[in-house]
Design a protein around this ligand. Sequence first.
Ligand code: PLP
Ligand code: COI
Length: 362
Amino acid sequence: MAQRDLTFSVARNENPKSEEERNAILADPGFGKNFTDHMVDICWSEHGGWHRPRVQPYGPIALDPAAAVLHYAQEIFEGLKAYRHADGSVWSFRPEANAARMQRSAKRLALPELPTEYFIDSLKQLLAVDADWVPSAPETSLYLRPFMFAKEAFLGVRAAKKVNYYVIASPAGAYFTGGVAPVSIWLSTDYARAGKGGTGAAKTGGNYASSLLAQQEAAENGCAQVLFLDSAEGKYVEELGGMNVVLVYKDGTLVTPKSDSILEGITRDSILDLARDRGHKVEERRVSIDEWREGVASGDIVEMFACGTAAVVTPISQIKGAEFTIGSADAEAGPLTMSLREELTDIQYGRREDTRGWMVRL
Ligand code: PLP
Ligand code: COI
């Protein structure tokens, strides 16, 4: 179907939060608790394609109780951030990579693919009305959450013929309550997140639904996140509930799991690129939990960290399992972890030149 020129209509929120309220939120944003005054909404139908693009007041979405998403979870989402630079301008980080991943997720969930230019335009349109919501304190940003789901009211099991795409935004500070301090991770042995041929590589709600019980177990064991192993053998490292993992070996090599059932993180890809440019060897390959355990015990693995849009780069102090522990709770953040984190955030916040063309102005 020919792509249309998507011209957005804008309906301003008549009751936006007051400047005082907004400033109070921006002073202590936490993560995912408060939302800006507006949202984007674009419709899709089998015959009409993408149409009726709108910026409208943030608020509830009316759904028919038979809407397919409520029954069969035909849903995908993305996560990226808007950063305020010192001159006041607002930038996003590699948004075309999020757009491309959303297209891959859409394909897997039999949803329509939103063209990259529409995706980026939807962010720009939202920021055009909600730019005041981008905080400026160190380590803060505006988290952008594009998502798409099956809205058609129909109980037969098939791909929906009516879908909506939305973008909401939420001021964000550190994802973990301890900030950049090293976190403990729970090793799940009873549950898997995704399996061969499943939806593990897509950013779809079902993957997160299946992680929640394991995440609860993690919290009960004093851990901030859960680590999943492969579902077939329970032997190879996959990823955390909401972020990727990277190990640093003593010769400076960075190793990260390769698997068809993990989400390919844009943060991880960027960090590995920065490391390669510094001359580090980077390996994307299968990593067993035994290799991880033995590597830390022998001193071959010297640093470990989690990475993702929400988590940025967060050092891992220990992996706690039912039968063994890797590392220790009082382990400090690794120097390479912290310097890669600094280089990445310097680019994102405009403190360092963006030589790779990663930043896109919103
Ligand atoms: N893995 C999972 C399961 C995630 O939810 C995320 C976060 O989006 C990531 C990895 C990291 O992806 P990214 O760096 O693109 O945010
Ligand atoms: C993100 O980092 O964007 C995610 O979706 C992960 C989640 C833990 C918020």
